[in-house]
Design a protein around this ligand. Structure first.
Ligand code: HEC
Length: 254
């Protein structure tokens, strides 16, 4: 019996150790509180639209968002004409035409967000060898999710600790595994002039672009949570009805 208890305890402590090893490295994540968190959370349309402005004007110089089509931008409040105009800003290869040649044409609503570089090698060549990942799923792909991306974007201010070397062309960021990231700091006050007049503080910019990235990774969140709520209401009503029925059926037996 004693042996069994010891084995169980040993197994538990191993599980505990591996759990700590899996937890997010570096300092505790900053948690700004996003509107889409929690059971009843929903996206804040205005924040998504502002976040897209940040992505489009800044991040998209290096990063793609290939799972979002230009027509999807109507879901976050862009008009059809605005979405068309955004699409037409970049050229995409199409073809072959009647002569069999490939050609370039402006993007249109049915295209997916056109990436800034033709391929990964071009992307690396322009970024000191580091590959800027496609950001479509990043808010889901990292431990800590949106809070990680938020902390990372605002995490460039601190100086590297004593004894930590930052290679040329890299930047210190305590939230990035290993501490050295190939992305230069991006977020600074007034980085963009928001179309809706919101003051573009660092925190606001990071909050908005991370909201947008979460929407890109999970566009069905609003519909899913609304459906969940409706199902709960339906089940509650159904339970009440069945209870009333049960009382009715058994009332003569007592
Ligand atoms: C000048 C180019 C450039 C711009 C502009 C840029 N990034 Fe990056 N980003 C990079 C590179 C390069 C990497 C890869 C870094 C590495 O692997 O060391 C990266 C990596 C990332 C990562 C991944 C971190 C991880 O855990 O792997 C995120 C998230 C990110 N960028 C978000 C953004 C956001 C949001 C913006 C806009 C506010 C932005 N980036 C603008 C170049 C850029």
């Amino acid at each position: 019996m004693r042996k069994l208890i010891l084995t169980v305890l040993a197994a538990l402590s191993v599980a505990g150790v591996s759990q700590t090893a899996l937890a997010h490295e570096g300092p505790a994540l900053q948690k700004p509180g996003f509107s889409f968190e929690g059971v009843f959370g929903h996206y804040d349309q205005a924040a998504l639209k502002r976040g897209f402005q940040v992505f489009h004007e800044v991040c998209s110089n290096c990063h793609g968002m290939r799972l979002v089509a230009y027509r999807n931008l109507k879901e976050i409040g862009l008009t059809e004409d605005e979405a068309k105009a955004v699409a037409a800003e970049r050229q995409i290869q199409d073809g072959p035409n009647d002569e069999g040649a490939m050609f370039m044409r402006p993007g249109r609503l049915s295209d997916h967000y056109i990436p800034p570089f033709a391929n990964d090698n071009a992307a690396r060549a322009n970024n000191n060898g580091a590959l800027p990942p496609d950001l479509s799923l990043i808010a889901k792909a990292r431990e800590g999710g949106p809070n990680y991306v938020y902390s990372l974007l605002l995490g460039f201010d601190e100086a590297a600790p004593e004894g930590h070397t930052v290679p040329d062309g890299m930047f210190y960021n305590a939230y990035f595994p290993g501490g050295n990231i190939g992305m230069p700091p991006q977020i600074m006050d007034d980085l963009v002039t928001y179309a809706d007049g919101t003051k573009a503080t660092k925190e606001q910019l990071a909050h908005d672009v991370v909201s947008l990235l979460n929407w890109a990774a999970e566009p069905e969140l609003d519909a899913r949570k609304t459906l969940g709520l409706h199902v709960m209401i339906f089940l509650t009503v159904l339970t009440a009805l069945f209870y009333a029925l049960k009382v009715q059926i058994w009332k003569d037996v007592h």
